[in-house]
Design a protein around this ligand. Sequence first.
Ligand code: BTN
Length: 237
Amino acid sequence: MGQFSVTHHKMIASTNDEARRLAVEGAPHRTVVHADEQSGGRGRLSRRWFSPPGNLYISIVLRTGQPPSRTAELSFVTALAVADTVDSLLPQTVRATLKWPNDVLVDGAKIAGILLEQVDDATIIGIGLNILQAPTNIAYKATTILASGGLASVDQARDSLLECLGRHLEIWSQDGFGPVRDQWLERSFPIGAAIRANSAGESIAGAFAGMDADGALLLDTPSGRRRIVAGDIAIGG
Ligand code: BTN
């Protein structure tokens, strides 16, 4: 699958914006933009992403050659790679967990976020991993590698992440979404956990029933099984 080719910036508005620009210019598969700081870091659902120095901000241009219907699967492939990276940087007793669609948590607090965007036939995967600093003025709990008992330089985290991503992409392109889904479920909530999904302005409480073959969240509610394709979930009904 070839190597990653990394361009480093001290400060940039958003590595995703720069990766998009490069993709439009025809940047090849595995082009990587890495920045020490972002002045306009973007999160999912039009949120901002806290981007001070000391954390990892990276965006990867992928041209997988797979049909567009498979693009959303990359979000889970990436979440697994980030979870493996986090595990590699933390004491062995700690294990990252996953929250649909692609939050990576340690002890229930978010340690990394993933933002997938599509530009023509290229997919941009943006990853923010909190190593030294976590935001405090937010609606959810956040943590860092340092606060979770680990120690890593940003470059060490980046190299580990690219290595893990390369490995998971290989499994995905060779063996399909099945093994990705299995591993994702193994790191996610237990089936039956009480969760609440916020999707298209609706708040739906139910029991976590897994993820279907297309990556949609399955939720058992008093009025039957719901299939959620976009949105966010919170723990507890
Ligand atoms: C989320 O909301 O959970 C996704 C956050 C994604 C943040 C990363 S940091 C690197 C890349 N550049 C951005 O502007 N956003 C992503």
